[in-house]
Design a binder for this molecule. Structure first.
Ligand SMILES: O=P(O)(O)OC[C@H]1O[C@@H](O)[C@H](O)[C@@H](O)[C@@H]1O
Length: 495
């Protein structure tokens, strides 16, 4: 699939122009594991793309160390040798205290200057500079304050990793601070789910197919489930995860964005403005189901167990996982959940009365990652057909990329009996990694696949109510053994 960024004139903002990506927090795991391989996948698709990476962090790194990391990660992402060499040769690392204005000034001057080894006369001086905050929200806020005293490059874009703020008030305060630096259309709150190939498919599926467009309403849809159940456990991320938990880590940051795409009104055009407007309106209309967090949410934590997984070739293996509270770096007193579920309603004329369940968890034995639309029963089942009539469902797989339409057909050897038939499509392999897709848009100055400030605040508004009920212990903390399925009583759409 090609990048979704629409072509624009080369000298316009929002265009495919040479860019410098300055990564704050460059020595962190995210840069090596996701950002640089994402750029690698972008270069695999567009080998001539002009991009330069400047890594910045507090630690001193030996000469050549960052370049070597860039080379390895770009290659891992699929970039060809020529592109890897070109981008790595132009990349550099600068020891930086990003909370200090003078240090940031030096960094941004380096970003605007010609790359090492480049003929200054050839330098067009018009590179777009993207400052990527691969940092926790508290540090992001400090860096933004320090930027107030820095001379910023002409067209500076800010890209900020999730979580954006730590609650609604925090997101509002951060938005206000960011607004003092650059205009909103130069701010990109990153959610890599928006670059997932089947998440992008939701747009075409909904708005380019008459047969789905017609039934995509509460008249025909009985319920919606958006789930991302993972076999991964803590994987050494306690320092981050024990403060976040499943609700903040996944539902606040990712699944609400997917829900916004599934439930938004049809935008007149697929541009960043129309898309962001439509998504924000859906989020503004979103309420907890029944208006009560104690009945609309569930939380649980894994206990010790064995998780069975299969690799790409189908080879199965087992691993034992300790109880979450016994994992290294976890503070049991914090009461962090590893499985969370919230049921919502988009209270407008399209969706009122349709429960929309968002769920995500770690260390699960059955890894359902999907959007499921369950359709209402037909108004009248002709008598003579022998029910029960199985539920019709559209299942959009989020990873791997699949699509299934489960429809009712006649049972074999029983012309009047009913059974379910599944039409399944394995979607094309996306050539871009989700981070590559999202970064491609950001480097082009296009905000279509990133989150606008008001939408980020809405996502926190929805989750804050649940977090308050959990903090007040109004919702019990349940338990599930690692490697088990989501508890039966949670009512998952598919079993
Ligand atoms: O499956 P993906 O693309 O890695 O996305 C899921 C991950 O998304 C990240 O944002 C979360 O912090 C992780 O906890 C989660 O595992």
């Amino acid at each position: 699939m090609s990048s979704v960024t629409p072509p624009t004139a080369a000298d316009e903002p929002g265009s495919n122009r040479a860019a410098t990506l300055v990564v704050l927090g460059a020595s962190g795991d995210l840069t090596r594991r996701l950002l640089l391989p994402g750029i690698g996948s972008l270069l695999a698709q567009e080998p001539d793309r002009e991009v330069r990476v400047i890594g910045a962090d507090r630690d001193e790194r030996p000469d050549g160390d960052f370049d070597a990391e860039v080379r390895a990660a770009l290659t891992e992402g699929g970039a060809g040798d020529e592109a890897v060499e070109r981008v790595a040769a132009a990349s550099s690392y600068l020891r930086t205290d990003a909370t200090d204005s003078a240090s940031l000034q030096r960094l941004l001057e380096a970003a605007a200057a010609p790359a090492p080894g480049t003929d200054a006369a050839e330098h067009d001086g018009e590179r777009r500079v993207v400052l990527y905050f691969a940092l926790p929200p508290a540090v992001t806020a400090k860096v933004c304050s320090a930027l107030l005293d820095v001379d910023l490059p002409a067209e500076l874009h800010l890209a900020m990793e999730k979580p954006f703020g730590e609650d609604e008030a925090g997101a509002r305060a951060l938005n206000a601070l960011v607004a003092r630096l650059v205009p909103e259309d130069q701010v990109h709150r990153v959610d890599h789910f928006l670059g997932m190939s089947t998440v992008l498919d939701i747009i075409a599926l909904r708005f380019a197919n008459r047969m789905f467009q017609a039934v995509w309403t509460g008249e025909h849809v009985e319920s919606i489930e958006i789930a991302y159940d993972e076999a991964l456990a803590l994987e050494g991320r306690a320092g981050y995860y024990d403060h976040a938990g499943a609700l903040r880590d996944m539902i606040q940051s990712h699944l609400l964005q997917v829900m916004a795409l599934v439930t938004m009104e049809p935008p007149a055009s697929i541009t960043d403005r129309d898309l962001r407007d439509a998504k924000a309106a859906a989020l503004r209309a979103t309420r907890l189901w029944g208006g009560d967090a104690t009945t609309a949410s569930r939380r649980a934590r894994y206990t010790a167990g064995t998780i069975e997984t299969a690799d790409a070739s189908g080879e199965r293996s087992e691993r034992s996982v300790p109880s979450y509270v016994d994992e290294d770096g976890v503070d049991p007193a914090r009461g962090t959940e590893t499985l969370a579920q919230v049921t919502l309603e988009v209270a407008n004329s399209r969706w009122a009365g349709v429960p929309i369940t968002l769920r995500s968890g770690k260390a699960l034995g059955v890894t359902q990652k999907h959007v499921v639309l369950t359709f209402a029963d037909v108004r009248h089942l002709p008598s003579g057909l022998t029910g029960p009539d199985p539920k019709d469902r559209l299942v959009i797989g989020l990873n791997p990329d699949t699509m299934e339409l489960r429809v009712t057909t006649n049972a074999s050897h029983d012309p009047l009996g009913l059974a379910q038939s599944v039409m399944r499509a394995d979607m094309r392999q996306a050539s871009l990694r989700p981070y590559g897709e999202v970064l491609g848009g950001i480097l082009d100055g296009n905000g279509m696949l990133t989150v606008r400030g008001d939408a980020a605040e809405e996502c926190w508004r929805i989750c804050d109510e649940v977090l308050a009920a959990w903090a007040a212990d109004e919702v019990p903390m349940e338990e599930y053994p690692a490697g088990s399925d989501v508890p039966e009583a949670w009512g998952a759409a598919l079993r």
